[in-house]
Design a binder for this molecule. Structure first.
Ligand code: GLY
Length: 392
């Protein structure tokens, strides 16, 4: 049995009913817009045009699944047409199609059997598959397909987007989606993961010959440093790829990435935006990296056995406990769940602020801890835990 991280008896600041009420209040605040990053105690809202849009609907679907309250499902369904519009009008379409449709349309199918939503998510997967660059066998992250400046670039974050492709094969029986996802995962394991289990943020190939050209950071401190959220994407992405493929090689990548993440955390256990910062660099926190890594490690533990399982589950619990006690937003009427996310340090966007991506994965990690999580990333049929922790 796991420690009770947030039962009333532990004086934890977190209670599930309070979280549900906070998200319910946000329904009114946000209307038909989407939260992105925080400014003080409020979220900056946009129309559905950002890579972050799916995290709000994903949170609504998770809260609906755990609470059974119709208002969350109704709101998520109201937002669904704006995801169709993203495809119809090609609004900021990148590799992030995975983030967008895995947490909006797929849950509407998975939880409600909504066939239109299923078709929409498959359509998202088709567009994502079109970004596969055959010479280098990777999915192009950004820009127009085959563009001169971006056609050769793939990034570690894409390991979260390949799950929409695996899912599309499971749904349609068309094998090419999963085949592309596997090829991309293999290339990522080979070129974006370093010997010591750490990761590069982005990597360039010659898009015409497939020749590997080398790494380049985008959101990390330097090409050879360790962008914290990228490392968290690697842990979660490879753990989920293993769930689809039952592939020890992906499990091993995720395991080594998890140990590396833990080994390079600052003394207080809260990730900085980059885990290899020189002394004179700004050391902004990035709690989203901690939340993604915690959720990824809960997933990974589920795929491991024996000592490895115990180690990784204990790391996941430690990360979650640290976030709860250092970074959970306790202000009355606050909109965010976690303080101290950092979206883009170089551009000074969303620095040391709420970050909807961190809130989503914080909630996932809490639900995983409680054994009440619904999996939108892996195979629909697989339950992540069979030994629920204490209830709240
Ligand atoms: N996928 C973009 C980011 O993590 O900032």
């Amino acid at each position: 049995m796991l420690d009770p991280l947030f039962s009333p008896s532990t004086n934890s600041p977190v209670s599930l009913p309070d979280l549900v009420r906070r998200v319910e209040r946000n329904l009114q605040h946000f209307g038909l817009q989407f939260p992105t990053v925080g400014e003080s105690t409020r979220y900056v809202l946009t129309e559905n045009k950002h890579w972050l849009s799916g995290f709000w609907t994903g949170l609504l679907w998770q809260v609906y699944a755990v609470s059974g309250q119709a208002c969350f499902k109704d709101h998520a369904l109201k937002l669904l047409p704006s995801f169709r519009q993203r495809l119809d009008q090609q609004i900021h379409i990148t590799h992030d199609l995975g983030f967008l449709f895995t947490l909006s349309a797929r849950p509407a199918w998975q939880l409600l059997g909504n066939a239109d939503a299923r078709e929409l998510a498959v359509r998202g997967a088709r567009e994502l598959a079109a970004r596969f660059r055959p010479a280098g066998k990777y999915i192009q992250a950004w820009g127009e397909i085959g563009s001169e400046d971006e056609g050769g670039r793939t990034i570690i974050d894409t390991m979260m987007n390949v799950h929409l492709l695996f899912w599309a094969t499971a749904q349609t029986g068309e094998p090419h989606f999963a085949s592309l996802a596997r090829q991309h995962s293999d290339v990522t394991a080979r070129y974006l993961m370093r010997e010591d289990g750490s990761s590069y943020h982005t990597f360039f190939f010659d898009q015409h010959t497939g020749e590997p050209l080398g790494p380049q950071t985008h959101q990390g401190y330097a090409d050879d440093s360790l962008w914290a959220r990228g490392q968290a994407w690697a842990i979660y992405g490879f753990a989920a790829a293993d769930a689809w493929c039952d592939a020890a090689v992906y499990r091993d990548v995720a395991y080594r990435a998890a140990l590396r993440f833990m080994a390079e955390l600052p003394a207080d256990g809260v990730p900085t935006w980059d885990l290899r910062l020189p002394d004179d660099a700004p050391s902004y926190p990035d709690t989203s990296a901690g939340a993604i890594a915690a959720a990824g490690m809960f997933r990974l533990a589920n795929r491991l056995t024996g000592e490895h399982q115990t180690t990784i589950r204990s790391h996941a619990e430690t990360l979650l406990r640290t976030l709860i006690h250092t970074s959970f937003e306790t202000l009355h009427d606050a909109q965010g769940l976690l303080r101290g996310g950092t979206y883009h340090a170089h551009k000074q966007q969303g620095v040391d602020a709420y970050f909807i991506c961190g809130d989503y994965f914080f909630f996932e990690a809490l639900l995983m801890h409680l054994g009440q999580y619904v999996d939108f990333w892996g195979p629909e049929s697989v339950k992540l835990r069979s030994d629920p922790a204490t209830s709240v």
